[in-house]
Ligand binder design. Structure first.
Ligand code: TRP
Length: 346
């Protein structure tokens, strides 16, 4: 340890405020963060931020980014992130993120960034027309976590490569500019949730649940009321067979698998247990059970979410307060980075 981490664990993660607020996000990143906050031991610190700086790497609409930031803040709090226990903020209010990104750009190699699968996927064939920010995106992500001397970073499987890059940057920087007794950066460990539930569209079991799907019937939104939820589940695509009593029986039944997966994730049970209980039941009976479970879990969240959105000033205040705490934690890292690089700041 380099003395820069005060607690035993420092958990840092980010989410882009450009996504949508539906069941897929809830059962993915958000619920996982809330769990980490609730289970973090004595002295552990959690920093969760909205990656608004990352959002400009693809074409974006400023008004949508602004409202998306407030909505995601409300959703996070509604889902149980407690701004008193976790530090909740947006990158743009903590200038050290962008500052450290530049300082790390001397260490990150073009070849490393060229190998990032997200860069290759998002730039596609049009690399010349991609933004510099899209290419440098992982360097900013490295800055996001190294700035706070993060020990653990919960991320989805798709972000694991970016985390490995952050470790490579930290390691090279420590080698090149740190001393053995005093590394500048802590190497962060990724935490990939074991069975991050992949929630698919209610209309097509092979497509991810997504805001960009033209059919609203394909997703459960965090703003849907009980009637809408029950109706969407009733109309969800399924098949005519009863549920199997073992997971092998879901083979080739993508829609059935999706509905069972949602049930399992919401009830906190493994799929095996859900099938042991509901095997032999047809969808005519299983769907209402699933709908009721969804309503029971989501109704309190939706109610808090809509309430929080009514007071935008209060949401801004939450972010301002979180950013002030984040800036204070970030400050000592930047002092040592500038010093290590041989730059004097008056
Ligand atoms: N790139 C991440 C995503 O799209 C979001 C993110 C930005 C992030 N900075 C981060 C996640 C730092 C973890 C740590 O999901």
């Amino acid at each position: 340890m380099n003395g820069l981490v005060s607690g035993p664990m420092r958990i840092v993660s980010g989410i882009q405020p450009t996504g949508s607020l539906h069941l897929g996000n809830y059962l993915g990143a958000i619920r996982n963060w809330v769990r980490m906050q609730d289970e973090a031991g004595e002295g552990a610190e959690c920093l969760f931020f909205l990656a608004d700086l990352h959002a400009i790497s693809l074409p974006h609409d400023p008004a949508t980014l602004r409202s998306g930031t407030l909505e995601l803040t409300a959703a996070l709090v509604a889902c149980g992130l407690d701004p008193a226990r976790s530090i909740l903020f947006n990158q743009a209010q903590v200038p050290q993120h962008a500052e450290l990104q530049w300082l790390l750009s001397g260490t990150a190699r073009m070849g490393w960034l060229n190998r990032m699968t997200q860069w290759k996927d998002k730039a596609g064939k049009n690399r010349e027309g991609a933004s510099v920010a899209l290419f440098a995106y992982p360097v900013l992500q490295a800055a996001d976590v190294l700035l706070y001397q993060a020990t653990h970073v919960p991320v989805g499987e798709d972000q694991k490569q970016h985390l490995e890059l952050a470790r490579d940057i930290a390691q090279k920087f420590n080698n090149d500019f740190g001393t053995e007794d005093e590394p500048v950066f802590t190497l962060p460990e990724p935490i990939i949730p074991p069975a991050a539930a992949r929630i698919m569209s209610l209309r097509d079991g092979s497509a991810k649940m997504s805001k960009s799907d033209p059919s609203d019937m394909s997703r459960i939104n965090l703003t849907d009321d009980a009637d809408a939820i029950m109706q969407k589940v009733r109309k969800a695509k399924s098949d005519a067979e009863p549920l199997p009593s073992e997971p092998a029986g879901l083979e080739g039944r993508a829609e059935a698998r999706n509905l069972v997966t949602i049930y399992a994730a919401l009830s906190g049970q493994p799929i095996e247990a859900v099938l042991a209980e509901h095997g032999g039941t047809g969808f005519g009976a299983f769907k209402p059970a699933l709908g009721e479970l969804l309503v029971a879990v989501l109704a309190p969240i939706t109610q808090r979410f809509t309430g929080l959105l009514e007071d935008r000033d209060a949401l801004d205040a939450v972010l301002a307060e979180g950013a002030a705490r984040a800036r204070a934690i970030a400050a000592p890292t930047l002092v040592s980075v500038y010093r290590a690089l041989g730059m004097v700041r008056g």
